[in-house]
Design a protein around this ligand. Structure first.
Ligand SMILES: Nc1nc2c(ncn2[C@@H]2O[C@H](COP(=O)(O)OP(=O)(O)OP(=O)(O)O)[C@@H](O)[C@H]2O)c(=O)[nH]1
Ligand SMILES: [Mg+2]
Length: 262
């Protein structure tokens, strides 16, 4: 079993990608377990095989602790830690080739708090896993917003500590010229810095974005993005190729023991 964690900001296309990638894998004779890790979601574009809503109900958490929707979601995910063994048992009983885990939109769970990284490491303990991080095509229209999107992607990578593939989601919504431009920004950080210089934000914000991009470019942590559309299916072949390349790679990222988050 291989674990694929689908992550990204709210509305970036995680659930639709879970659905499209699962169908793609099944069309290629691979079995898939779809896991919904969002206790607050009301509707999903796929039918989950394992669903945390069977364990925690956000509405009840809101009532019991007098919390609003966001606070209740964070608390519900914290509470999930005590059901991890049961969720793991459910996943293991299905013994599929791939386990795709659709995560909640509150990215702070994975970028800043402890529960997200802790749950991902406990669920996939002993199996190879990787993160598929979605950068919404919407964030490519302004160079400075693309830099902040990259910064968030790297925050998640730092917290989870597993290999991470970067996907440019909803690629059908932007032109092929823009896709090409984004790929050039990543392969040649100086081209992105040139465009930040032209961005219509204050001089001081441009300077901050340039300094951040210089560091991000040097780390090479987001070296490329794979444009994917869950609506047209474009890019799913490339995404699978990259998944295979990383899973077959020599890097030792098998989670031998569930360590606490950073
Ligand atoms: N055009 C286009 N729209 C997409 C694509 N993927 C998702 N969407 C749309 O984007 C919206 C959000 O998609 P979801 O998959 O629900 O996003 P999410 O990241 O799971 O959202 P949260 O779980 O609420 O954070 C929906 O209206 C989808 O129809 C895509 O590839 N192309
Ligand atoms: Mg979703």
């Amino acid at each position: 079993m291989y674990f694929l964690f689908i992550l990204g900001t709210a509305g970036s296309g995680k659930s639709y990608l879970t659905s499209a990638l699962a169908e793609w894998l099944e069309d290629h004779e691979l079995s898939v377990t779809r896991v919904n890790l969002d206790p607050a979601v009301e509707w999903l574009p796929y039918s989950p095989d394992v669903d945390v809503r069977d364990y925690v109900e956000v509405r009840k958490v809101m009532e019991k602790y007098g919390l609003g929707p966001n606070g209740a979601l964070i608390t519900s995910v914290d509470m999930l830690v005590s059901y991890i063994d049961k969720i793991r048992d459910e996943i293991e009983a299905l013994r599929s080739n791939y386990v795709i885990v659709d995560t909640p939109g509150q990215l702070e769970l994975f970028a800043f708090r402890q529960s997200g990284p802790y749950i991902t490491s406990l669920i996939s303990q002993g199996y190879k896993s990787l993160a598929i991080y979605l950068i919404d095509s919407f964030f490519t229209h302004q160079p400075t917003s693309f830099v902040s999107a990259l910064l968030l992607a790297i925050s998640v990578h730092l917290r989870l500590g597993i290999p991470q593939i970067h996907v440019l989601s909803k690629s059908d919504l932007i032109s092929s010229d823009r896709i090409e431009k984004v790929q050039t920004w990543l392969s040649d950080p100086l081209s992105l810095i040139d465009e930040i210089e032209q961005d219509k934000v204050s001089r001081s914000l441009r300077d901050v974005a340039i300094q951040i991009e210089k560091i991000l470019g040097e780390t090479g942590l987001v070296g490329e993005v794979i444009p994917v559309s869950s609506k047209t299916g474009e890019g799913l072949d490339e995404l699978y190729g990259e998944i295979q390349r990383i899973l077959a790679g020599g890097e030792d990222y098998l989670t031998e023991e569930a360590s606490g988050p950073l």
